[in-house]
Design a protein around this ligand. Structure first.
Ligand code: ADP
Ligand code: ZN
Length: 206
């Protein structure tokens, strides 16, 4: 179902590489849509091509400052935990060729200028992140990152209610926090028809 919409930018990326320029790739979608899996796949291929890779993820919770990014399917890649954009930029190695960033939605707005600067200095930057919060609201800075990226990939999960194409992260518990960190058991993937924007709605568990 989703496959018919799949668009692979490989050819365009190859052409851009031949020009010697850097660029920005953004991977967005709901929880469980395979963003981390896709990011890890691209990073592994870059390493196989013997490119110098650095991967960053924001420290959002002390419990999750582990030096790895991980997908729900168990794929992992080493990463450097950073508190903000400034800390990430300070940790960038001069001759790094590929910069990966996971959980991009947790970065501060200066991330926009930073990734532009990295791409303009010839680096390939790949950012993965949630494009909407659990209420369906665009999750900054991801919308702005989509605007400045050369290449965009939208990933989809499978709706746990009907098996349709899921574009939303449904929160299944009540909470005021915008994100329940590391709590994938508190969310499920849902399609437009099955998504209930407010977690306190009586129809949530229908
Ligand atoms: P994301 O980074 O977008 O949260 P991950 O890459 O961490 O996604 O995980 C994707 C994996 O999650 C899938 O390969 C699959 O094994 C698992 N998964 C669990 N629930 C779902 C769902 N409802 N739809 C699709 N994949 C799911
Ligand atoms: Zn559905």
């Amino acid at each position: 179902m989703v496959e018919e919409f799949a668009f692979d930018n490989t050819e365009e990326r190859r052409k851009t590489r031949q020009n010697g320029a850097g660029w920005i790739e953004v991977i967005v979608g709901s929880m469980f849509s395979g963003k981390s899996e896709e990011l890890i796949r691209r990073l592994n291929r870059a390493r196989i091509a013997r490119q110098k890779v650095q991967v960053f993820k924001p420290v959002i919770d002390a419990r999750y400052s582990v030096e790895q990014i991980a997908s729900h399917s168990g794929h992992k890649h080493d990463s450097i935990p950073v508190a903000n954009t400034a800390e990430m930029m300070a940790a960038i190695i001069d001759d790094v060729q590929v910069v990966g960033i996971d959980e991009g939605q947790f970065f501060d707005m200066p991330i926009l200028e930073a990734v532009n600067e990295l791409a303009s200095s010839g680096k390939r930057v790949i950012v993965a992140g949630l494009d909407q919060d659990y209420t369906g609201k665009p999750f900054e800075p991801m919308p702005q990152l989509l605007s400045i990226a050369e290449f965009i990939t939208k990933t989809h999960a499978i709706c746990v209610k009907c098996g349709g194409t899921a574009n939303y992260s449904q929160r299944t518990v009540e909470s005021d926090a915008r994100v329940e960190v590391g709590a994938s058991d508190k969310y499920e993937a849902r399609c437009r028809k099955c998504f209930v924007p407010h977690a306190d709605s009586p129809t949530l568990h229908d």
